[in-house]
Ligand binder design. Sequence first.
Ligand SMILES: [Zn+2]
Length: 312
Amino acid sequence: MSDAINEDGPRGNFYTGMGLDRADHLRRDAGWLEARLADPESRFVPVRRAHNLIRRGDDARAAWLDGAGARRLLPRAAETIFLGLSGETAYFALDVSAIEAPEAEPALAERGEFLDLRVVGPLLERGEGAILAYARGLVYWHQRHRFCSVCGSPSTSTQGGHVRRCTHEACGVEHFPRTDPAVIMLVHDGERCVLGRQKVWRNGMHSTLAGFVEPGESLEEAVAREVKEEVGLEVGEVAYHSSQPWPFPASLMLGFHAACDHAPLRVNEQELGGAQWFSRAQLEASPEDDSFRLPRRDSIARRLIEDWLAEG
Ligand SMILES: [Zn+2]
């Protein structure tokens, strides 16, 4: 595998390379955070019910608010989360899910409309897509962790939104944002590879096999188990490729190429609608229509396939 595969930049995976300094050391500085929230130069990334604010046009763009634009919204925001710094400029995610009619809020409506990153993500510039994914993932975590999982008391956001602390004095446990590791693997025999499809996917869509890592399992073991469960193959050499944050809603995708002897597939019909071996020529001739299409351009699955094709 060439070094170029794991470099950031143009060949990095979508939703990486956001270009913000996470500035962890500033998360504990409540005074500094308060000043930045009031700073007209700060930038605010609105998230509403898992949708991001997008400026439509010839090119879809992420839409930020400046301090003046955010001022009226801040008192109604469920959370403000410090994302990081671009130079001296602080970026915050702003959870505006409580706002019923964003189209009636000039500060929001003038900037764009709320859209699903799963739909517009591939159209965005990489760095902007990464910031929106980061904001969406953290807002989702806060929305789903309002109560302490130890004692059931309400929890409250602290450290710039990167920790939630239980409000019960005798408990006081700190909870941290969750990322669920999932393995995703292109299984191949050198000449052909295995792609499957789930019944709920759009027509023609085929992709690599994938699954969540279970407790007490290494990544390599998860790859071997999932491949065995889904198509009945025994994998040989498992080579790490790259990773991708996938906040839909809270995954980290860990990508692999998994070598395998060619054998008939035993497709697990509870997990997959179907799976087949495909030759390089078949994939290179993909019509990208309802009869056959490859995974979406912003996915690591697509990258695993394209890089394998390029090695052929
Ligand atoms: Zn508690």
